[in-house]
Design a protein. Sequence first.
Length: 125
Amino acid sequence: MQDYQMGTLETKFAEIIWDKEPITSTELSKVAEKEIGWKKSTTYTVLRRLCEKGIFVNKDSIVTSLLSKDEFYSAQSESFVNQTFKGSLPAFIAAFSSRKKLSENDVNEIQKMIDEYRQGGGNNE
C-alpha cells in the first residue's frame, strides 16, 4: 500500500488543490500564501513532495490530482485500520462503538453496506 501520510498543513494545502484544481502553480502559491501563510518556496517544496508521493502532478505549471480527495481519505482510513487494528475492521468498529454510541441510523447504514457487499457490491482485492 502506498504511503500517503500528510501532516495537518500538508492536508490543508491538499484541500486547496482539490477545491481549486486545475490550478496554475503560480495561482496556487498565491492562495497558499493567503490561506496558510506560506512563502512561494515553501509552496513549491510541499507541492514537489506531494507530487513525489503520487497524490498530485504539476505538468506545464498546471497542478491537478492523481488521487481524488475521496481516494486519499479512503487510503488514510485503510492505513489507520491496518496499523492500529491489524487490518481488522470489526476490531475498529468495536473500539469505536465502545466510546461512542452508534445511532440507529449508523447501525442501519453499516447494515446496508454489509448487505450490498454480500450481494456482490464489494470488491475483493
